[in-house]
Design a protein around this ligand. Structure first.
Ligand SMILES: Cc1cc2nc3c(=O)[nH]c(=O)nc-3n(C[C@H](O)[C@H](O)[C@H](O)COP(=O)(O)OP(=O)(O)OC[C@H]3O[C@@H](n4cnc5c(N)ncnc54)[C@H](O)[C@@H]3O)c2cc1C
Length: 462
């Protein structure tokens, strides 16, 4: 089966009538208090909280294409308050488990904060409060799921926030063939990503921020952002380019641009939904090593996302979100496996985008008061909520505020660079190959989590 449409940035734009008209580019050389590069969630949230803190600030956001062109307009719409990725790895620079728990708490709180701002600013992003459901379909996945529940609880997420359910309760929520249990995470939400990005851009503009679209930044330096439309001179410069960061001179080995792809079905009729269940519209994934993430959309489509072809040699990035045929086939296979009821309906759209992955797979907010340069990202595919915390934190750091957020363990967390090619290509492809082999082995009755997945994670430092 072929999708009716591929690329065009994402389904989420087809859903709102196509790609947006562009705002004006930068009108030549200009000055600002703060210049933000990239109008995804990170850049927009930073601009939002800066203007809320001090409405007199002159903030300019410079964006190569249009606000929400990147991952922020293409993602799976999981507003999860989740943690990327490894709690233990934040125990550096004298940070304690208490500090990491503070961060877990702050991350959890992002869900309420995004919803609060959306309501206050009149942003309609199909936001629906719900649970996250991570379904296990074999013994190994079940073991991994129970370990994950225990791990998260040990880092401060209570049993009311994260808990396990058995086969009966899982199937009562959603009839996924072979489901034997699931991890439930409460207090999360589903969103329409592009609506959130576009609504946030409009809100930021109403506060007096200039968003210059169709303006490519070619160089970043303290106090100076060089673009193809002129130079912005600003005391503070924030880089908010996440998965695109590797395209900047000198940053190719900073964060790997890892590909993630999705499909969206046609809207399914009520009788099909009656057989699938999923009445809670949970954000839904599985506990495979090469896991998938799904949502039930506002109008009753299913979106399925997964990694596909994970990485292109030399950190190359696709532009318009055109996934390759192998990836599309994989996504359709996942759809058919988890939702056989939907198999005979068409796939309306397939698309992809990039996420930023640091060498230790841990997100960072960075700021150097001496140079006025800051950045945030490396969210490893969980940036919808994390970027909100970044925005608040970058605003505090830029304004020199000594807040709780400014001392969370991810602030100025240091990580080494990725290896030169072809080593990083081999590492990432090796890891996903091993994940696929592990998932195959774990299908055997009664076997536990495969060591191949551990080996895969070890190769790339995950
Ligand atoms: C397919 C997919 C599914 C995902 N699903 C989820 C999910 O369900 N839940 C979740 O939490 N996270 C998810 N993520 C991750 C999440 O979308 C990102 O972490 C988040 O959107 C990152 O926001 P950002 O603003 O940092 O980066 P982006 O949204 O990528 O924004 C960066 C911006 O910088 C601009 N830019 C790049 N280069 C330049 C330049 N030279 N000059 C000027 N501007 C430039 C880009 O055009 C872009 O608009 C997913 C990502 C993808 C790709």
């Amino acid at each position: 089966m072929k999708p009716q449409r591929t690329g065009d940035v994402s389904f989420w734009y087809s859903d709102i009538g196509g790609l947006p008209a562009r705002r004006a580019p930068l009108a030549g050389d200009t000055t600002a208090d703060i210049c933000i590069v990239g109008a995804g969630y990170t850049g927009l949230w930073t601009a939002y909280y800066l203007k809320k803190a001090d409405p007199t600030l002159k903030v300019v956001v410079v964006e190569k294409e249009f606000a929400g062109f990147g991952a922020s307009g293409r993602n799976g719409g999981w507003l999860s308050g989740g943690f990327a990725w490894n709690h233990e790895k934040y125990l550096t620079n004298g940070k304690t488990p208490t500090d990491v728990r503070r961060m877990v708490h702050a991350m959890t709180g992002t869900v309420d904060e995004v919803i609060r701002v959306a309501e206050a600013e009149g942003i309609d992003a199909d936001i629906l409060r719900t649970d996250e459901l991570m379904v296990a379909t074999n013994h190994a996945q079940m073991t991994r799921m129970l370990d994950e529940v225990e791990h998260r609880q040990s880092w401060g997420e209570g049993p009311d926030r994260v808990y396990a359910i058995g086969e009966g309760e899982t199937l009562a929520r959603v009839r996924i063939p072979g489901a034997i249990g699931a991890m439930v995470v409460t207090g999360v939400a589903r969103v329409q990503p592009a609506k959130l990005a576009r609504g946030l851009a409009a809100a930021v503009e109403r506060l007096g921020v200039t968003i210059a679209e169709g303006t490519t930044v070619t160089a970043l330096a303290p106090g100076k952002v060089t673009t193809d439309r002129g130079t912005v001179t600003a005391k503070i410069v924030i880089r908010a380019t996440e998965g695109f960061t590797a395209t900047f001179p000198g940053l190719a080995r900073e964060w790997l641009p890892i590909n993630s792809a999705q499909i969206a079905t046609e809207p399914l009729p009520p009788e099909v939904w009656a057989r699938i269940g999923w009445e809670g519209h949970e954000i839904l994934g599985d506990m495979a090593n090469a896991y998938c993430y799904c949502q039930r959309t506002r109008e009753g489509r299913i979106t399925v996302g997964a990694r596909g072809v994970p990485y292109r040699m030399g950190s190359r990035i696709d532009t318009m979100g055109e996934p390759d045929p192998v990836t599309i086939e994989r996504l359709i296979a996942i759809l058919n496996k988890h939702f056989p009821e939907a198999a005979k309906y068409g796939v309306a759209h397939a698309w992809c985008g990039v996420i930023g992955v640091p060498r230790d797979w841990c997100a960072t907010v960075g700021f150097d008061p001496a140079t006025g340069m800051g950045f945030a990202g490396g969210y490893v595919g969980v940036g919808v909520s994390t970027s909100n915390l970044s925005g608040r934190t970058l605003a505090d750091l830029s304004l020199g505020r000594k807040t709780d957020l400014a001392t969370l363990p991810w602030v100025n967390h240091r990580v080494r660079k990725w290896e030169p090619e072809p080593l990083r290509w081999m590492g990432v492809h090796g890891m996903y190959k091993l994940y696929a082999m592990a998932d195959q082995r774990e299908k055997r009755p009664g076997v536990g989590p495969s060591k191949l997945a551990k080996l895969g994670a070890w190769i790339t430092g995950r």
